[in-house]
Design a protein around this ligand. Structure first.
Ligand code: SF4
Length: 330
């Protein structure tokens, strides 16, 4: 049975029964023709003014023979609620999962227990699986450190490994081997020496080339906010507390605290805030601008593909401004 997830879930629950789900966002964006999937969804009636990720998830679920979807209906995207109903009407098995907005541990425990019953597993097996997956998570933390301390990992590589940790590419063992091989390879590299260090915050980018464009212009992303959350950075805590320490499902205050900490730790000069067209999370831009201690450039994207000319010009201007600011301090 092919299981899909619409966002990060306590993946140890299905994995403890030998079923590793696939992140439908990753399946969509890495498919040979993601634009075609969006057109397919629109041709089947999904409105144009709905976020492309939702259309991509819809199309990949129906056309890639996904049988069962764990839909994150609380703490992620309000569109997922309606999407799950549509998919259910079209014959897919749907299991909802909610991160409690209140952040109450008891409510989260109840959500875990619903999934445990659905997958016919036990707390003990889930906990053992959690411990084994944490071996991978600690390696991802090392990879992340090699990005901002060792300076031997590009922003794109950091993004790719961390964004894939939502589903371990469907095969945790093979994924772990890939991470280990990558770490030993990059340790032999000379460090990057870019002038500007950036943080990337917001949903993962739909533009394929944003990281390489920034690097060509003398900047490097040393912090990928949401992708880092996918790797469950608090994995050393008991499982419920680790999932309660996620930032993005529980409101903007935790995100701001985390981003501020990482700006200081990683010596970040400026922030790129990526917002998806038609996404409610765009509203948070105003708070991020008010609360973050460095300059913020907000970029908006719609469909998969390269950066548009206007965004490119804005990036060039932003980097020039950061460079001038930096030189004025030296
Ligand atoms: S980008 Fe926004 S609207 Fe689109 S799926 Fe993500 S949270 Fe939902």
């Amino acid at each position: 049975m092919k299981i899909g997830i619409t966002s990060t879930v306590p993946i140890e629950i299905p994995i403890s029964t030998g079923n590793c789900p696939l992140d439908l966002n990753n399946l969509f964006i890495s498919s040979p023709n993601p634009k075609f999937l969006i057109q397919l969804a629109e041709s089947e009636g999904l409105p144009q003014n709905i976020c492309s990720w939702i259309k991509g998830i819809y199309a990949i679920t129906l056309h890639d023979e996904v049988d069962h979807v764990i839909a994150v209906t609380g703490g992620d995207c309000s569109n997922t609620i309606a999407l799950a109903e549509i998919l259910q009407r079209k014959g897919k098995r749907i299991t909802p999962f909610e991160y409690p907005i209140s952040g109450e541990i008891q409510r989260l425990k109840e959500e875990f227990e619903r999934l445990i019953i659905t997958f016919h597993t036990t707390w003990e097996d889930v906990y053992l699986t959690y411990r084994s997956l944490n071996e991978i998570r600690s390696k991802l933390m090392e990879l992340d450190r090699l990005t901002y301390e060792g300076n031997v990992v590009s922003g794109y590589e950091n993004h790719l490994f961390l964004v894939s940790s939502s589903d371990f590419e469907g095969n945790p063992k093979a994924y772990e081997a890939k991470v280990m091989a990558f770490i030993s390879e990059v340790k032999k590299r000379p460090p990057f020496k870019e002038e500007i260090r950036l943080g990337y915050v917001g949903v993962p980018p739909i533009f394929g080339d944003i990281y390489s464009v920034l690097e060509d212009l003398g900047a490097r992303v040393v912090f990928n906010e949401v992708q880092r959350q996918f790797s469950l950075p608090s994995f050393e805590m008991p499982i419920l507390k680790a999932y309660l320490s996620y930032t993005y499902p529980y409101g903007i205050a935790r995100r701001i605290r985390d981003i501020r900490e990482q700006i200081r730790l990683r010596q970040i000069d400026g922030i790129i805030h990526y917002v998806q067209n038609f996404c409610y999370r765009q509203l948070y831009d105003i708070l991020l601008r008010e609360e973050l201690p460095v300059a913020v450039l907000t970029l908006e994207g719609n469909e998969p593909g390269p950066l548009d000319k206007r965004s490119l010009v804005r990036i060039e201007g932003f980097l020039e401004m950061l460079r001038a600011q930096k030189r004025a301090w030296i």
